[in-house]
Design a protein around this ligand. Sequence first.
Ligand code: DC
Length: 230
Amino acid sequence: MKKITIAIDGLSSCGKSTMAKDLAKEIGYVYVDTGAMYRAVTLHALRKGLFNADGTIRTAELEAEMPAISISFKFNSQTGRPDTYLNGELVEQEIRSLEVSSRVSPIATLPFVRKALVAQQQKMGEDKGIVMDGRDIGTVVFPYAELKVFVTASAEVRAQRRFDELKAKGMEADFDDILKNVQERDYIDSHRETSPLRKADDAIELDNSHLTIEQQNQWLLDRYREVATE
Ligand code: DC
């Protein structure tokens, strides 16, 4: 099997992280959740008070802070998945809160944030053997990835999945709030000026609204085998 680069893009909460993580584990590749990186920058901005009361961002101050933001991943042998660290602190749980979720899209529209994170992501993928998920992986980060997948599912299905996930972790959750957040993020992610979410011309589309996790994992493993044995 040849070592390849796998780019998984799609709307928020469409299950792409689950399938990307499971595939990486199965085939021994590195997994990178780029959404976690945008979330970590958002958490840092919240902690530093870089959001104004009206929700706008103090961009000049955030830009000056960027060199002080270091994001890394460490494999958690208990969960079998990587955890996100912000300046050495484990923030995996905190970056998934509704507060961060509702602030992350505007942060991800900022060109200087994207530029810094894309450069880090490209460095992580230098040796191939990587599964990366996000919004612009097949279009911007790895335009030459051998396998590109674009995942979709209805907003209601995605909100229900996020609701179930938060409940399972014992976190507070309201379905209508989550649905609203999913729809708002869809809109911002697909309409922003810098690297909007769009399917790369050579990406394979997967609508997983009616697939189980096992079915989607098998589908992805089949696509990987097709490409890596070519
Ligand atoms: O996948 P997620 O929900 O954790 O992503 C969080 C936010 O970051 C979402 O609003 C889209 C943005 N994002 C992005 O703009 N580019 C990426 N490569 C990954 C995420």
